[in-house]
Ligand binder design. Structure first.
Ligand SMILES: C[S@@+](CC[C@H](N)C(=O)[O-])C[C@H]1O[C@@H](n2cnc3c(N)ncnc32)[C@H](O)[C@@H]1O
Length: 397
């Protein structure tokens, strides 16, 4: 497949930390045996929309579900159906109106920590205009919101070396002019990327919600043959929620600055609820996993509880695949190391999917250590191996 350009189409719209390298869905969607008869691609863990954009480029309709509202916004903009048209003029008009506006909207008091007063007020004025402008279409309002959160990232005093906003960087006090300038740069870059989308593209919808919720899944009437193609969340991945907490604040999803309620719906969460704490290893379907979790539990009960909850959540999500008649499933997963034990996520998820009546038709393992090939993770612990597994429903099961 060769090297794909870094900023192809809208792929580079936003640096979501958990995103999938687009080579993988591109390869899978170019494989006849995988797309044969498929009229809908569904990604229940859509993140920043890599799979949906690739489905769009391949000419297949798609639906995605994402629980993190920041990632869901990125996905929606990435695969927007509307023509770009005069979006740049609209964004210029937002900027001009924000300069005149005297009423900043600051959705979270916690945001004040990350901005000099002038910059905070300028961002708040942009938000007032975006929220109130009557002539913005829903799609252009989303583009403007994404532009706002990208601008807000650019001018924040957060230490850029740490992905989660926890520490301020000294000497980084942006002024209102810096905000206007950053907005202009983000708006120009965003419109240029949106203009790269092919003119004719099939519909792609992104729902903000929980993949464990059956209502989020496409009904059997919506597609004859659904291919579920996804890179599911990792076993302990709530850092991805925290890494978008500033953006969640500007979108109104973190009024106190905390993202705990988003983390609670997240598969791979580390703060377990009272209900999660009632789970036991008897709740997982795979006997080998049960034994592994018990072994981890003897060394670190909290880690074992986090991974137990993760797999029980995955069971709930994939049960919806069978209930809604998903025909084919393609999963891209990594391997985790937990207190010295290797958790073969691909194998454990395969067992879950097989318990539901799917049979594995393809298994590819990439043993390359070091810089991970399937996901763009910087500075993180490299995954020792990554996998692509494809399953087909067994009609007799
Ligand atoms: C590995 S990432 C997917 C990345 C995506 N393929 C991309 O390229 O950006 C997994 C995603 O699952 C999402 N997620 C976690 N729990 C979820 C849930 N209960 N329902 C839906 N999405 C969830 C996470 O927020 C994260 O964005």
């Amino acid at each position: 497949m060769g090297v794909l350009p870094a900023n192809e189409y809208t792929h580079g719209l936003y640096p979501y930390p958990a995103r999938l390298l687009r080579h993988i869905p591109r390869f899978l969607l170019a494989t006849d045996a995988i797309v044969d008869g498929v009229d809908l691609v569904f990604d229940p863990f859509v993140g920043s929309g890599t799979v949906l954009l690739e489905a769009q480029l391949r000419g297949i309709a798609s639906i995605g579900v994402e629980q993190n509202p920041v990632a869901a916004l990125v996905s929606r903009v990435k695969v927007r159906a509307e023509e770009v048209g005069d979006a740049e003029t609209r964004l210029d008009e937002v900027l001009a109106a924000a300069k005149r506006c005297r009423r900043p909207t600051i959705p979270s008091t916690a945001l004040g920590r990350w901005y000099a007063p002038q910059a905070l007020s300028a961002l708040g004025r942009l938000l007032t205009v975006i929220s109130e402008a009557a002539d913005l279409s829903a799609a252009d309002r989303e583009v403007a919101m994404l532009c706002l959160v990208l601008t807000a990232r650019r001018v924040a005093t957060t230490d850029p070396r740490i992905p989660v906003p926890v520490r301020t960087q000294r000497n980084a006090a942006a002024t209102a002019s810096d905000v206007w300038e950053a907005w202009g740069a983000e708006a120009t870059a965003m419109v240029a990327k949106l203009e790269r989308l092919p003119r004719r593209r099939p519909p792609a919808h992104v729902w903000t919600g929980d993949a464990r919720d059956l209502d989020m899944w496409p009904s059997p009437e919506e597609a004859r043959t659904t291919l579920l193609l996804s890179s599911p969340p990792y076993g302990a991945a709530q850092k991805y929620v925290r890494s978008t907490s500033l953006e969640a604040g500007w979108l109104g999803h973190a009024p106190t600055g905390r993202t705990v309620h988003i983390e609670h719906g997240n598969i791979g969460r580390e703060h377990l609820s009272a209900k999660d704490a009632t789970l036991t290893t008897a709740d997982v379907w795979s006997p080998s996993l049960r034994g592994l979790l018990e072994g981890i539990g003897r060394k670190d009960a909290r880690r074992a509880a986090i991974y137990l909850t993760y797999f029980v959540d995955m069971q709930a999500a994939f049960t919806n695949a069978r209930t809604t008649g998903v025909k084919r499933i393609a999963l891209v997963t990594g391997t985790n190391s937990v207190v010295g034990s290797t958790l073969h996520t691909s194998q454990h998820l395969a067992e879950i999917v097989q318990c539901l009546g799917y049979q594995r038709t393809l298994s590819v393992r990439d043993p390359i250590r070091g810089r991970t090939l399937l996901t763009a993770r910087r500075n993180g612990t490299p995954s020792p191996a990554e996998h692509i597994d494809v399953f087909e429903v067994n009609p007799d099961a």
